[in-house]
Design a protein around this ligand. Structure first.
Ligand SMILES: O=c1ccn([C@H]2C[C@H](O)[C@@H](COP(=O)(O)OP(=O)(O)OP(=O)(O)O)O2)c(=O)[nH]1
Length: 192
């Protein structure tokens, strides 16, 4: 049974997932952080298939899942790292937009698969293939099959900062305290 059609850009129900076509990401406002964002993409791999197009897996998902676009499985030994192609290159519409590649928590929890770079930052002027760096932090070899959803990509507005030197900074309660200065117990308060 098919549920009500989603109006969310980039989201397709599993029934419709296979119908997504290259170039079919919907248009919308390009204003950063203000709703739908048009992101042009081109398939750049001979192994790319329409079902590898990133999409939101649920109506409220923040990230689109990225698929491994490979011709054969990749075996990731414990401690090893690999660069997994996704088969697509994107054009971010504005310098104030960034795409961020994050781990999938299920892979991290179940298999110890994470990103050695923490978060992948896709610059607005990068037009190469998006690649996902993965490390096997677990204890058993992990096999990535072609088409597997290996990470997720989040589009976010950013500020481009201008650094201005000043003599002093505005006082705050925290001041220079950091790196655990508030302790770990439920109630806040520094150690001792
Ligand atoms: O997980 C990632 C991280 C980066 N990139 C691409 C997009 C990004 O715009 C480019 C450069 O990434 P970054 O700035 O993190 O790399 P760098 O080590 O600083 O290299 P560069 O000197 O090329 O900027 O590589 C990916 O495809 N996946």
């Amino acid at each position: 049974m098919t549920g009500p059609a989603s109006t969310r850009p980039g989201f397709t129900s599993s029934a419709a997932a296979g119908r997504a076509e290259a170039g079919s990401v919907e248009a919308g406002s390009v204003e950063a952080g203000r709703g739908p964002l048009t992101v042009h993409f081109v398939p750049v791999s001979p192994w790319f298939r329409p079902e590898y197009l990133p999409r939101y897996a649920s109506e409220g998902a923040a990230g689109m899942d990225l698929h491994a676009c490979t011709d054969k499985p990749i075996v990731l030994e414990p401690g090893a790292r690999v660069r997994v192609p996704t088969g697509i290159a994107i054009q971010l519409p504005h310098p104030n937009v960034v795409a961020l590649v994050y781990a999938r928590s299920g892979l991290a929890w179940r298999h110890g698969i994470g990103l050695p770079n923490g978060v992948g930052v896709i610059d607005s002027d990068y037009t190469g293939e998006i690649q996902v760096l993965l490390t096997n932090f677990g204890t058993a070899p992990f096999t990535i099959q072609p088409g597997d959803r290996i990470a997720q990509i989040v589009f976010a507005p950013i500020h481009l900062a201008q650094l201005v030197q000043v003599d002093t900074l505005r006082p705050t309660a925290r001041g220079s305290g950091g790196f655990g200065s508030t302790g770990v117990a439920g109630e806040r308060g520094g150690p001792g």
